[in-house]
Design a protein around this ligand. Structure first.
Ligand SMILES: Nc1ncnc2c1ncn2[C@@H]1O[C@H](COP(=O)(O)OP(=O)(O)OP(=O)(O)O)[C@@H](O)[C@H]1O
Ligand SMILES: [Mg+2]
Length: 457
């Protein structure tokens, strides 16, 4: 046993809580002096499925500082982070939570989910659950001796037991790793009646125990607006006085730029209590290099030797340009390209993969995915769009190309966004919204046309 522990401990210590599945069994990443793929797409700092430490965070110092200042300068705060898909919104808030913890605030890695069709009752119980779990994580079973702790536990449990932990709608806020949804079916109003009082008492308890405040993280507001923007705005407005304004509570809500504006800035009552959303710009290409360098350093196999980048840096840069700042999409393309081709490149498989190599294999893969995921009609419409050679289209322009009514255009465009073939560009004030091809579409329709591709194989 001791010997076993002697072998295992050094291996897991460097990986923090992240247990490497491949430890002990050789894998191809070793050729590049890495223990495993550096192209994971999970936000940093989440405990499940793995914990990739927030030390891998790069850049965004000003944004972290601004959000922390917003928290520190009032007894209660409400801030919003907006930005396009995959730009790094969730990870930024994870970083802020890690820093806030160091500064004496209480928070956990939990993201609070909100589902379509939620009245204000259900989210308040979920937020109470998040509060209870935060205080429980900080105080441990001692919370059982506190009346507020027992009552909160009882109420959240009742709601969860009533639903059997089932999620009926699809998760709306906090889908990243946050699948612990529960649909609330207990008598309406109970949450709203009891929730705010219990949240107040938990906040007081946290304060007595030395917390400077509690930080809540509402994620992926855009899923809420997909269902019904007006209803979503109403739900959150209903939480304004009983919840968000409570002293000691600091909230950061996250979503795409349109969703954050649509849900949080839609009425004067909301605008007066939520700070102007912070719009996240994409990381620069140099920051993406730093992001990968940090991951190589963390995942190095033999520290006495340098890591060989599995994908050539200029290939990373080209993909990042195609994905227009979408880190998740870029990392996914790198991951999938490497899965298919790692070990099959030059120099006996040990040379970094080049862009032409990646473009041909990814172009083929994404084209196959496209043709299997879209029916003939939608595929035809999509191809008609790419054939125009345009870069971005308003809904009216799409209507002209597709010869469809505006409502059908809107439905088809949303479907193509949901499937990752179109992206919604952030709206410029006073101008209509625009759609553009996603990185995946660009790889399908443009990447393979690059002249170097033909020479590569
Ligand atoms: N500043 C950063 N430093 C290091 N890694 C980052 C940073 N920002 C994002 N990442 C990495 O990029 C990937 C995407 O980030 P994240 O999930 O935070 O984006 P998002 O904007 O929340 O995406 P989505 O729109 O899908 O919710 C993750 O793997 C994350 O670890
Ligand atoms: Mg996110």
């Amino acid at each position: 046993m001791t010997t076993l522990m002697g072998i295992m401990l050094p291996m897991i210590s460097r990986a923090h809580t992240h247990q490497l599945a491949s430890d002990g069994i050789p894998n191809i990443w070793k050729l590049f002096n890495l223990r495993e793929s550096p192209h994971f797409q999970d936000p940093l700092g989440r405990a499940d499925p793995f914990c990739y430490p927030t030390e891998l965070f790069v850049g965004r110092e000003a944004e972290v500082r601004a959000l922390l200042t917003g928290i520190a300068s009032a007894a209660s705060s409400r801030q919003a982070v907006a930005g396009s898909a995959g730009v790094g919104k969730t990870t930024l808030v994870q970083q802020v939570k890690a820093e806030a913890l160091r500064a004496g605030y209480w928070s956990t890695d939990a993201l609070v989910p909100i589902y379509p069709g939620d009245t204000t009752d259900a989210p308040i119980v979920r937020i109470l659950g998040a509060m209870y779990e935060t205080v429980l994580a900080m105080l441990g079973p001692r919370l059982e001796y506190e009346e507020a702790g027992r009552e909160a536990k009882q109420l959240v449990r009742t709601f969860r037991v009533a639903s059997g932990g089932l999620t009926l709608g699809h998760p709306v806020v906090g889908t990243v790793g946050g699948t612990r949804g529960e649909q609330v079916v207990t008598p309406p109003g109970v949450g709203l009646l009891e929730g705010p009082r219990l949240i107040r008492r938990l906040l007081t308890l946290a304060e007595i125990e030395g917390a400077r405040g509690v930080l809540l993280h509402l994620d992926n507001l855009e899923h809420l607006t997909d269902a019904d923007e007006r209803a979503a705005a109403q739900t959150l407005r209903g939480l304004r006085d009983p919840l968000f304004l409570q002293s000691g509570l600091h909230t950061i809500a996250v979503g795409t730029t349109d969703a954050v504006h649509g849900v949080l800035m839609s009425t004067p009552q909301m605008r007066s209590v939520w700070a102007t959303p912070m719009i996240l710009a994409p990381l620069t290409a140099a920051q993406l290099d730093a992001l990968l360098a940090a991951r190589y350093h963390y995942l190095v196999h033999d520290e006495s030797r340098p890591v060989v980048p599995p994908i050539a840096p200029d290939a990373v840069a080209i993909l990042y340009t195609l994905y227009q700042g979408d880190l998740r999409g870029t990392l996914r393309a790198l991951d999938e390209g490497a899965q298919l081709l790692l070990g099959y490149g030059a120099a006996g498989g040990t040379a970094p993969l080049t862009y032409p190599e990646l473009a041909s294999v990814l172009g083929q893969r994404y084209r196959t995915e496209l043709t299997t995921s879209l029916d003939e009609r939608r595929l035809g419409k999509f191809e008609a769009l790419t054939a125009t050679g345009g870069k971005a289209w308003t809904q009216a322009e799409l209507g002209g190309i597709w010869q469809l009514s505006q409502s059908r255009v809107s439905r088809l465009a949303r479907d193509l966004v949901a499937r990752g073939y179109l992206v919604v560009l952030p709206r410029v004030t006073g101008e209509p919204g625009r759609y553009a091809l996603s990185g995946t579409s660009r790889i399908i329709f443009q990447g393979a046309d690059r002249p170097r591709v033909q020479q590569a194989f």
